[in-house]
Design a protein around this ligand. Structure first.
Ligand code: ADP
Ligand code: MG
Length: 295
């Protein structure tokens, strides 16, 4: 006997580099009409690197001390930005301090006690009072204007420096956006926790027009629910802990396997096992064909 079409579709999807967790997933994937893509780690390679080290005047820190402080606090985090900061410190052979009381807030940043100081590292828009003016604002805005992610470092509540981080676009990002647009008749939407300036810049490069930036994990869920309330069936593609709630809320969720967080991989309906974004439209097409054979 031949394999039932949806099971055959799972096997075919696997050959194309997408592991679907059940036959039902292939069925659901065949119905999606809207795609929401995460930025960091999804449209980008997810291996960002530190480009700028900007200690603030009056902090008493030089570039090296700023980097060592940030890397010590980021060390326990699995966030791609944290890995970039730690990698930059390692490259320079900087010793990292042990930390206490590490906490991580998805879409926001980390806190830890480093050498007796309360250190916070993360998104400027989230960590700093909007009313707070100062050199850190200008430095962060300048970096964001250049398409970078600005990471602010606070020591005992005072901004002491800003790091600039950049990430490479995946080589197949634009082609994937084009293929998903053809398949669904709608241009995918970018959902990101990152800043609007960097997000819009990257969106323009891949052919995305609708951008929702500065989102917390629950804001990504709210966006999905908003579309689903309008009878849309949304495919969410993401990689981070911050994407997990949206992956769960969507009609279908796909996680990027290589650099993806454990939580995203566990929550998603399917996982891109080879690091190719272009496998996604290919598998959407496949699942549609399989559905037609079943019905
Ligand atoms: P995305 O949706 O693009 O994958 P995230 O939601 O993971 O981004 O992060 C949103 C923003 O929160 C980042 O751009 C960064 O500014 C900040 N952030 C989150 N985690 C960290 C961290 N560990 N270190 C520094 N900044 C962080
Ligand atoms: Mg991400």
């Amino acid at each position: 006997s031949t394999m039932p079409p949806l099971l055959a579709a799972i096997a075919n999807a696997g050959r194309r580099g997408v592991l679907a967790k059940s036959a039902v997933v292939m069925e659901r994937l065949g119905r999606i009409d809207t795609v929401a893509l995460d930025k960091t780690g999804t449209l980008t390679e997810g291996t960002p690197y530190v480009t700028d080290l900007c200690p603030l005047p009056g902090s008493g820190l030089d570039e090296t001390a700023l980097l060592a402080l940030a890397a010590s606090a980021e060390h326990p985090s699995e966030h791609p930005l944290a890995r970039a900061v730690v990698a930059a410190a390692r490259e320079r052979g900087l010793p990292l301090s042990d930390v206490e009381g590490f906490t991580s807030t998805p879409g926001q940043g980390v806190t830890a006690t480093v050498d007796g100081h309360a250190v916070i590292v993360g998104a400027p828009a989230r960590l700093l009072d909007d009313a707070a003016h100062g050199p850190h604002r200008e430095v962060a805005a300048g970096l964001e204007e250049a398409g970078r992610t600005a990471v602010v470092v606070l020591r005992d509540g005072v901004p002491v420096g800003v790091l600039g981080v950049a990430d490479r676009l995946r080589p197949d990002a634009a082609a994937t956006v084009a293929a998903l647009t053809r398949l669904t008749g709608r241009t995918p939407i970018l959902l990101t926790g990152d800043n609007e300036r960097a997000a819009k810049r990257l969106a323009a490069e891949v052919g995305i027009t609708e951008v929702r930036a500065g989102l917390l994990p629950q804001d990504k869920v709210a966006a999905v629910k908003e579309w689903e309330a309008r009878e849309r069936r949304v495919l969410v593609v993401g990689d981070g802990v911050n994407d997990a709630p949206a992956l769960a809320a969507a009609h279908c969720g796909i996680a990027m396997g290589k650099a993806g967080s454990d939580l995203a991989l566990e929550t998603a309906d399917a996982v891109v096992v080879r690091d190719e974004l272009a496998a996604i439209p290919s598998v959407v097409q496949l699942s549609r064909t399989a559905r037609r054979l079943v019905i």
